[in-house]
Design a protein around this ligand. Structure first.
Ligand code: NAD
Ligand code: TYD
Length: 338
């Protein structure tokens, strides 16, 4: 199978590219990535020399570049990860988020339709459902109530992708996963930010009361789910992907402090995120019932593996923190503590 992966230099996309080639179920992978602040070729260094791997640096909003690459490569499937993926950045600067997540998905769908690409998996998020009241868990028919520009852009792109199935009979599936964690995650998201700050004895900024609940999914479990949908998902369908691990943020932060051996005095309460969703919770039963997929990583083990990875990859973190990362982190942090 030959895959055309967008965003394969990011956190989840790079895990997907690495594992697909290492496991051998994909013979060829084309990684189409713009290399924004979140894209990093070090994430794909382990497979950079693989005979079946090709990297193209380009923007999914560039219709000519997308069409040229898809025409030349003629893949069996597109797996679409590329996105502006951070909620806080989407609140500060929504324009690039709407441009990439909505218009970029449109550009990709259009090219895939014109070139009759056999399969298209659009990678999305549980955030499209918005905050979910207890005791409910969202299934795939739950209403879309996105709260942030990020989640609204993903909800819009989900609907657009599904419309290409309804209207043009394109073979499209949408996956909606919960919060991912694991190695190579850009340290602007909760878990890697708290680990890297703890390792440097810096404050751990907990938004609001820290009782917001997220479901945690190990990145390799997510990538196995995408493979399952790619190979077995029914065209025109949405599949939730959850980790069966709902935890309040404060508890996650406390567990990180324990795993890193750092004191709870590092926890710093800061101003809450505007429009902050209180709770995400998903049911996986459709994906499990149709494909047999289930999350395998237990959170305690997954968190320890993640902490160990960040301890062993200080140079990777330092490289990121010396770049664009610092500007946004300092802006976001200073606005919240003032
Ligand atoms: P990431 O921010 O780590 O990586 C995004 C990648 O996309 C980067 O390599 C970046 O260079 C590339 N990119 C951004 N804009 C581009 C453009 N215009 N053209 C080409 N490439 C571009 O993101 P991630 O956390 O790996 O998320 C990947 C996908 O999974 C996203 O679609 C996101 O919405 C979805 N998702 C993420 C999570 C999570 O917890 N991180 C959970 C559910 C779903
Ligand atoms: P994040 O990793 O940004 O993912 P998302 O907003 O997509 O769920 O945030 C996860 C949770 O952690 C969310 O409730 C916001 C909270 N959070 C903090 O409390 N402090 C932080 O510094 C960050 C980045 C997030």
């Amino acid at each position: 199978m030959k895959l055309f992966v967008t965003g394969g230099a990011g956190f989840i996309g790079s895990c997907f590219v690495r594992t697909a080639l290492a496991e051998g179920w994909a013979k060829q992978v084309v990684n189409f990535d713009k290399l924004t602040y979140a894209g990093n070729l070090e994430n794909v260094a382990p497979i950079a020399g693989h005979a079946g791997y090709r990297f193209i640096q380009a923007d999914i909003c560039d219709a000519q570049a997308v069409e040229k690459a898809l025409r030349e490569e003629a893949p069996d499937a597109v797996v679409h990860f590329a996105a502006e993926s951070h909620v806080d950045r989407s609140i500060h600067s929504p324009a690039p988020v709407i441009q990439t997540n909505f218009n970029g998905t449109f550009t990709l769908l259009e090219a895939a339709r014109r070139l009759n690409i056999a399969r298209f998996v659009h990678v999305s998020t549980d955030e499209v459902y918005g905050s979910i009241e207890e005791p409910h868990d969202a299934d795939e028919n739950y209403p879309l109530r996105a709260s942030s520009p990020y989640s609204a852009s993903k909800a819009g792109s989900d609907l657009l992708a599904l419309s290409y199935h309804t209207t043009y009979k394109m073979n499209v599936c949408v996956t909606r996963a919960s919060n991912n964690y694991g190695p190579y995650q850009f340290p602007e998201k909760l878990i890697p930010l708290m680990i890297s700050n703890a390792l440097e004895d810096k404050p751990l900024p907990v938004y609001g009361d820290g009782q917001q609940v997220r479901d945690w999914l190990y990145v390799e479990d997510h990538c196995r789910a995408i493979r399952a949908v790619l190979q077995k998902g029914r065209a025109g369908n949405v599949y939730n992907v959850g980790g069966n691990c709902s935890l309040p943020n404060l508890e996650v932060v406390q567990r990180i402090l324990k795993a890193t051996g750092k004191p709870t005095s590092l926890i710093t309460r800061v101003t809450d995120r505007p429009g902050h969703d209180r709770r995400y919770a998903l049911t996986n039963s459709k994906l499990t019932g149709e494909t047999g997929w289930a999350p395998q990583m237990d959170f305690t083990r997954g968190l320890q593996a993640t902490v160990d990875w960040y301890v062993q990859h200080k140079a990777w973190v330092e490289h990121i923190k010396s770049g664009e990362y610092r500007r946004f982190y300092e802006l976001n942090y200073s606005q919240r503590v003032s």
